[in-house]
Design a protein around this ligand. Structure first.
Ligand SMILES: *Cc1c(COP(=O)(O)O)cnc(C)c1O
Length: 406
């Protein structure tokens, strides 16, 4: 049974009037963010599509507008005004995600990259401190955003043990990702937080999901997700979400309102609906991934398997920081780029496509695709292929890889 650690449970708000300590994550996932539904007289999640909302009067409407434009919530007697500022379907999903993460609140965005952009602007835009410390590897898009200096930031890249030494007086943010895309490198969140001191740490938690890892309980300021991946789980929503404290959320919502990066309510509905099966999906996908990682380790065409724990877990992260090993893996092929190209074109059940985390299995070549913008000297090797394992029958998946490798 997957359940939250004590640290996460203690910060978790009530779910349907029960004591959170009595509940497992499977139960929370089904009921979370639904406590206002009975009062609305409905059972399923409603979808609010209004772009604009009736104003009570100029004064109250104006006050509510100002509250939201500066990152606050709608005022009870002022209304929601305009859906770029606030949407109830989005807010309900945010509440649910925050509860799963053991965080005070959450802020949802139109994509993972919109979330990352708002997160960087919220920490560098107004403070005058524009230095970021980051540990590679990172998702290719995140790497691209930092490396391009598009947002006027300067980034120092370092190993996870060098974060403390890399922080300057003007450092605004520490950016880490664990397990990291694409080679599943594990970063010790608590150790990085300890080195960061007062500097906020953001953890890209996309690969682990709240089911396997809760960065906030380990001291991180923000847990960021490309909700496009496991949280959506069905390959039909582009979205991002950041779990955090209310003060951080206020800054994030203000940037979101000003730059127009809010998630669409239809996406929020699908994500919230999908949360109910998130623990179930992660367990099934992880079980398949473990079996496939093991099998791949016995194949002569495979030079190396990248999967959490295969290196013996020298930092002791599995069990302490992560409640499992997840469902992403990568392999290095003896035949290099040519072998990678052959494998990705020969699979039949695995789809050759970027993205990850869905119920269906995907395979892709990071160096050519997701990590193409990363500078060549730190780009994943051309022999590396990344696999996202779905919920299909594991024997069928192994048979597909066997015919494609053989
Ligand atoms: C996909 C991804 C992102 C970017 O998210 P989008 O929803 O595609 O904008 C960020 N981080 C990780 C780890 C990802 O896999």
């Amino acid at each position: 049974m997957v359940s939250h650690g004590a640290a996460a449970a203690s910060t978790r708000p009530n779910v349907v009037g029960m004591r959170p300590d009595d509940l497992h994550i499977d139960t929370i996932a089904v009921h979370t963010g639904r406590d206002d539904l009975a009062a609305l007289g409905v059972h399923a999640l409603p979808i609010d599509l209004s772009t604009t909302n009736p104003l009570p009067d100029i004064e109250h409407g104006g006050d509510s507008y100002e509250s939201m434009a500066t990152g606050g919530r709608p005022l009870p007697d002022g209304g929601m005004v305009y859906a770029r500022l606030w949407n109830p379907t989005v807010a309900r999903f945010e509440k649910a995600l925050a509860e799963l993460e053991g965080a005070e609140t959450a802020v949802a965005f139109a994509s993972g990259m919109a979330a990352t952009t708002a997160m960087i602007l919220a920490h560098t835009g107004t403070t005058g401190t524009r230095h970021i410390v980051a540990v590679r590897p990172l998702y290719g898009g995140t790497d691209h955003l930092l490396e391009s200096n598009l947002l006027g930031t300067a980034t120092t890249y370092c190993e996870q043990d060098e974060v403390g030494a890399s922080i300057r007086d003007d450092t605004a943010l520490v950016v880490i990702e664990t397990p990291a895309n694409p080679t599943l490198d594990l970063v010790d969140i608590a150790a990085v937080v300890a080195q960061a001191g007062d500097v906020p740490v953001v953890v890209d938690n996309t690969f682990a999901t709240p089911v396997l890892q809760n960065p906030i309980a380990l001291g991180a300021t923000m847990s960021l997700h490309s909700a496009t991946k496991y949280i959506g789980g069905h390959g039909d929503v582009i979205a991002g979400v950041i779990a955090c404290d209310e003060a951080t959320a206020t800054r994030l919502r203000s940037v979101r309102a000003i730059t127009g990066a809010i998630l669409h309510p239809l996406g929020a509905y699908l994500l919230h609906r999908g949360l109910a099966t998130l623990p179930l999906r992660i367990r099934a996908q992880q079980e398949n991934a473990r079996r496939i990682a093991e099998w791949l380790g016995t194949q002569s065409a495979v030079r190396q398997v990248y999967y959490p724990g295969v290196d013996g877990d020298p930092r002791g992260i599995i069990g302490r920081q992560m409640r499992g090993t997840g469902a992403m893996l990568a392999i290095g092929l003896h035949g290099g780029y040519a072998a990678a190209s052959e494998l990705t074109s020969k699979v039949r059940l695995f789809e050759h496509a970027v993205s990850l985390g869905g119920v269906d299995s995907l395979i892709q070549h990071p160096a050519a695709l997701t990590h193409r913008p990363v500078p060549p000297e730190v780009r994943p090797s051309a022999e590396v292929v990344r696999l996202s394992i779905g919920i299909e029958n594991v024997d069928d998946l192994v048979a597909d890889l066997a015919q494609a490798l053989g």
